[in-house]
Design a protein around this ligand. Structure first.
Ligand SMILES: [Fe+2]
Ligand SMILES: [Fe+2]
Length: 133
């Protein structure tokens, strides 16, 4: 099963942002593989940890760009980042605590990340940056 549909359509056109997203999608694919081939919990938790780290780095890059170019929607966009991180961390905490892994919960979080955060908010930011010069 593919957890995230990813292709040209999901590209924002901003190389730095797209690079970050691709790295994150790669980690999600690793996690999906790990779950499907029933790898250890330690393996999956580790991949999730890497995902959180890369997400933090990626958000910092976007937030710096917003700052630098005085993006008018920076506040909402940053709040969206915080919400996503909080959701992923909440999921990870319950997974690590040994609660029955509800991966569908994570899929819902990821789905809105791709379809709302990336397809709408990040694309809007990329467009703004392209004209900000
Ligand atoms: Fe973003
Ligand atoms: Fe992004």
């Amino acid at each position: 099963m593919k957890w995230i549909n990813w292709g040209e359509k999901q590209k924002t056109g901003n190389a730095d942002m797209d690079h970050g997203h691709e790295k994150l999608v790669e980690l999600i694919n690793q996690l999906a593989d790990g779950m499907e081939s029933k790898k250890s919990k330690e393996f999956c938790s580790n991949v999730l940890e890497q995902f959180v780290e890369e997400t933090r780095k990626h958000f910092t890059i976007e937030e710096r760009l917003m700052d630098l170019h005085r993006y008018p929607k920076a506040k909402e966009h940053t709040a969206m980042h915080e919400r996503f991180l909080k959701d992923v961390l909440t999921f990870k905490a319950s997974y690590d605590a040994g609660a029955t892994a509800e991966f569908t919960t994570l899929l819902v979080i990821l789905d809105s990340w791709v379809n709302r955060d990336i397809m709408v908010a990040d694309k809007g930011l990329a467009e703004f940056l392209a004209t900000a010069g």
